[in-house]
Write a protein that binds this ligand. Structure first.
Ligand code: ZN
Ligand code: ZN
Length: 247
């Protein structure tokens, strides 16, 4: 499947969520990198919760992997989970790949790119850091580098969705300004790239949904789960946010 076709499979128009929130978990880490639990256990938890889809999105940075050469075994286990739950829970092979430059570079091997169903593009260590750490930047520099990285992702034909927009900046430096977030969302919407509604970084999550609705963007639903307990968090947060809105 081309990335253009897969994007439609792995996201929905934000507006659709106002009628019904898909029971999806689209951002999960496991024992292959910095998660606490294994793939089969995570898939079983998603099914127990009544979710209809889980996408494993392991980190691609080599230094985050617990063992070198992990990818083949990771792919094999995700495919095994898909087979075990066929007909009850969709299980997809995804990756979370950081931008490596301000064009379309991603930290992603050719093998990963060919095998992955779904690719989340992300701003982790910003291009242009030149050996500095994100936490050592001034708030203004951090916001600028996050913005430039996100704009590159919003034009990157190699990804399906942008993970935790503004999250790295918010975690280490300063809240990412909403007008800049809105600009990234508009660019992504024009290019058919989805925005992740992330329960770990986007609080309140309903605000990010509103921005996506206003821009006519597509969205995915991701908890950035690093343990069994966190699976389904984003789905639950969206249900709660929408229940509170006046109809
Ligand atoms: Zn991330
Ligand atoms: Zn993640």
């Amino acid at each position: 499947m081309s990335r253009e076709a897969s994007r439609k499979t792995f996201s929905v128009p934000a507006n659709d969520l106002l009628r019904r929130v898909p029971a999806w978990e689209c951002h999960v880490h496991t024992l292959f990198s910095d998660g606490r639990d294994g793939i089969l256990d995570c898939a079983a938890r998603a099914r127990d919760l009544g979710l209809t889809r889980i996408i494993f999105t392991e980190h691609t940075e080599p230094w985050k992997a617990r063992t070198p050469g992990w990818f083949k075994e990771y792919a094999a286990q995700v495919h095994e989970a898909a087979r075990l739950h066929a007909g009850a829970l969709e299980v997809f092979l995804g990756l979370e790949a950081p931008a490596t430059d301000l064009r379309d570079g991603l930290d992603l091997s050719a093998e990963m790119r060919a095998a992955a169903d779904c690719i989340l593009g992300t701003a982790h260590r910003y291009p242009g850091l030149e050996g500095r750490r994100v936490r050592d930047l001034s708030p203004a520099e951090c916001i600028e580098l996050e913005f430039e990285t996100l704009k590159a992702l919003a034009r990157n034909p190699g990804i399906d969705a942008i993970a935790h927009l503004g999250g790295t900046c918010g975690l280490y430096c300063a809240a990412f300004p909403e007008d800049l977030a809105a600009e990234v969302i508009r660019m992504a919407a024009q290019n058919g790239i989805a925005i992740e509604l992330n329960s770990r970084y986007h609080q309140p999550i309903g605000r990010m949904l509103d921005l996506c609705v206003q821009a006519g963007a597509r969205v995915t639903i991701g908890s950035d789960a690093h343990s069994l307990d966190e699976i389904g968090t984003a789905f639950a947060a969206l249900l709660a946010a929408l229940a509170k809105e006046p109809s």
